[in-house]
Design a protein around this ligand. Sequence first.
Ligand SMILES: C[S@@+](CC[C@H](N)C(=O)[O-])C[C@H]1O[C@@H](n2cnc3c(N)ncnc32)[C@H](O)[C@@H]1O
Length: 374
Amino acid sequence: MTQYFATVARGLEAIAAQELEQLGATEIQTQFTGVQFKGDRALLYRVNLWARTIFRVLMPIAEIPAGNAQQLYNGTRDIAWDDYLSPNETLAVNCTGSNRQLNHSHFTALQIKNAIVDQQRDRVGKRSSVDTRDPDLIINAHIYKNTCTLSLDSSGTSLHRRGYRPAMGLAPLKESLAAALLDMTQWRSELPLFDPLCGSGTIPIEAGLKALNIAPGLFRDRFAFEGWPDFDKELWRNTLEAAQDSQIGEFPAFIGGSDRDPEILSQAEINAKNCGLRDRLQFSVTELADVQPPSPSGIILCNPPYGKRVGEVKKLEGLYKLLGDIFKQRFKGWTAYILTGNKELSKKVGLRASQRLPVYNGTIPCTLLKYELY
Ligand SMILES: C[S@@+](CC[C@H](N)C(=O)[O-])C[C@H]1O[C@@H](n2cnc3c(N)ncnc32)[C@H](O)[C@@H]1O
C-alpha cells in the first residue's frame, strides 16, 4: 500500500474524505486543505479518473530538513532521482508553503531543481531540462516549518479542470466546488435539480455527470502519472474501460438550468455538448422573474452574484429579494440552496434559512443557505 495525499479546497476536506472512502481508499485522515490516504496503483488511477471534489493526488517520496536553502539542496540531492526521472525527460517543480528562510516559492523550487539536475550531471553527465507547460515529471514541494515534503504529482493539471469547459461565464464555479455543493445538498439523481442562475452550467453539468455515473476525468487529455516510469498501461486501459462500461443511459429526473443571458447560456450548451449531455440537460434563456418550476418538487441550487464593491452589492439587493419571492410563491414543495459570499445580501432573500453551511469559494468565505419551501 502506498501513501497518497489529495489536495482539496478549504472546507471540503470531509466531503473529499468520504468520496475517497467510496473509491476504496484506506487509512484516511483529513488535514487542512488535504486528505491523506493509502491504496495501491489501481486506486491511484481510479481516484484521478473518478474523484469529483479534489484538486490533485500527490505521492510523497521524501521528507527532508529544510531550515534553509543549503539543507533543502543537500536533502534533495540525497534522493535517488534516477528512480523517477531520466535525463532525457523534462521536469517541473511546484512549491507551496514557506518558512523564514524559504519564503519565495520560486526560489525554493529553483533549489530543488538545481539539486536534481546537479545530481544527474554528476552521475551520467546529462541533465533534464525544465518544462513548465508539459513536463514528464511534476514534483511538488511543500514547506512546513523546517521540513520539506517532496512528492510526485500524479494528476498534473488540477482535476477540477475536467476538460469539458473551454467556455466559461463571468464567475463560473470550479467544477469540484459544484460537485461538493451537490453532495452538501444531499441531492441524488432521483430528485429533480434546477439552477435558475446557471451561467455556464457548471451545477447542472456536474449533476448530470453524477446522475449518469460518468467519470469526470474521461474528458481530460492526460494525467501526470502517465509519464511515470512505473506507468501501467494495461491497468489504466482497464480502469478507463470499466468507467466507460459503468455509464447509465438516462436521467431518472429533470436536471437543468436557466439564465437571462443568452450568450452565457450558449456557453453552458457548448460545455454540456462537450461531455455528451447536450440532449439530456434542459437549459433555457429565462429572466428569473419568469422562471416556473419544472416539476412539483426537487432541489434548487444556485450561486447568485455577490458583488465586490459597495455599488455592485447595492444593485444586487433586488435579485436576492426576487429569489426569495419566487421561491416562496412558485416553488412550494422544493428545497432551495443559495451559495453566497455576502451576509447582508442573503438577508434580502427574506426567508428563514434552516441550515447555514460554511464553504470557501476560492479564497472567499461563503455560506450555503438552505430553505425548506412549503
Ligand atoms: C455567479 S453567476 C453563476 C455562475 C454559474 N454557477 C457558473 O458556474 O457558470 C450568476 C448568473 O446569474 C445570472 N443572472 C443574474 N441576474 C439574473 C436574473 N435576473 N435572471 C436570470 N439570470 C440572472 C447571470 O447572467 C450569471 O450568469
